[in-house]
Write a protein that binds this ligand. Structure first.
Ligand code: 5GP
Length: 356
């Protein structure tokens, strides 16, 4: 047994120090980035924000609204080939959609079938998503996917530590998904005791990924989960995240899946973890006897179309850039100085309702 004494931090444990700036307007802050990759020969330009690959927000409806804003939709794992076939009859924007799969035999079978049918050409990205990215089989599956899709931008996760980030990139992924336990619908930390405070995980994994480079590009990371507010997305970019992935921030909208529920005169939409009892029963028909649920079911206040949120999100990111003197998203991490804050302030921010 060993104890690490270093203090590890979450988004709520820090604020950003304002800095002298030559910017004259928020409009000047550029949110688009262009990336090249360690393995894939592709180049990608867009706003590096994506929905989680969850049943509630990784939907076709979401992609139709987000793609024109150059935001990525990471589809959930439960769409079947025939559904993709139909969707791509009326959607053609590969840079802003991700095909997600897990490690089960059926997942690999569908990936191969999608490839043979030419459907994978509709995606620039493929995401291998597992709750625990520390398994030997996970690395083997990354190698298999890289062999099947040599040109695609491959995302793989989730992990929360530097040494596994490096292994994942060296095994064939371009982007590592970082986050064990920060998700709002996740109960892994409570059920298993395993996790890593997310801001520190992002800082340490980004540092490891960026250290692996060749003439084309370097390893990249996605900060996945735990962003309760747009400010958390800004903090993740400041911590070195190349992309941000969020589930709850993209839920509760018309374009999110899940039932619309009315309770005490207010409207809500369902949001549930991918390992919740609801997801396991709905998508796999059963919860196997050896596993416990590691996800929650919550009702999110209904918020209309996601388009209005995009405007707020872009506005707040531009405002962060103006405060810290960063003209581009790339500069966020260079300009950022985090200040640790006390628990009282954290609690205050968590209880603050923006509309009151
Ligand atoms: P959020 O944006 O809601 O804070 O977090 C979304 C992320 O939580 C997802 O991208 C995924 O990594 C993680 N997640 C989603 N469902 C579950 C679950 O049931 N259990 C766990 N451990 N993590 C989940």
């Amino acid at each position: 047994m060993r104890i690490e004494e270093d203090i590890k931090l979450d988004y709520a444990d820090v604020l950003l120090r304002p800095k002298r700036s030559t910017l004259t307007s928020r409009k000047e802050v550029v949110l688009e980035r262009t990336f090249r990759f360690y393995h894939s020969p592709k180049q990608w330009t867009g706003v590096p924000i994506m929905t989680a690959n969850m049943a509630t927000c990784g939907t076709f409806e979401m992609a139709r609204v987000l793609a024109p804003h150059k935001i990525i939709t990471t589809f959930h794992k439960y769409y079947k080939q025939a559904e993709y076939q139909k969707f791509f009859e009326t959607f053609n924007n590969p840079n802003f959609v991700v095909y997600t799969l897990g490690m089960r035999d059926e997942d690999i079978t569908q990936l191969k079938a999608m490839s043979e049918a030419g459907l994978l050409n509709n995606f620039s990205f493929i995401c291998l998503d597992v709750p625990n990215g520390y398994l030997e089989k996970f690395l083997e599956t990354i190698k298999l996917i890289r062999a099947l899709a040599p040109e695609h931008i491959i995302i793989a996760g989730n992990v929360a530590t530097n040494e596994m980030t490096e292994e994942i990139i060296l095994s064939g992924a371009d982007i590592v998904k970082v986050g064990i336990g920060p998700g709002s619908a996740c109960t892994t930390r409570r059920m298993t005791g395993v996790g890593y405070p997310q801001l520190s995980a992002v800082i340490e994994c980004a540092d490891a990924a960026h250290g692996i480079s060749n003439t084309k590009g370097c390893g990249l990371v996605i900060a996945d989960g735990g962003q309760q507010y747009p400010s958390c997305i800004a903090k993740a970019f400041c911590a070195g995240a190349d992309f941000n992935m969020s589930g709850s921030l993209f839920s509760g909208f018309d374009e999110s899946a899940g039932k619309l529920v009315e309770k005490d005169g207010k409207k809500y939409k369902e949001y549930f973890g991918s390992s919740s009892n609801k997801a396991l029963l709905e998508f796999y028909g059963k919860k196997e006897a050896h596993r416990a649920s590691e996800g929650r079911y919550v009702l999110m206040p209904y918020k209309g179309s996601v388009a209005s949120f995009i405007q707020d999100l872009f506005g707040s990111l531009r405002s962060t850039g103006t405060y810290i003197g960063a003209k581009t998203l790339k500069e966020f991490s260079k300009r950022a100085t985090f200040i640790r804050v006390n628990k009282q302030l954290t609690t205050y921010l968590e209880n603050f309702d923006q509309d009151n």
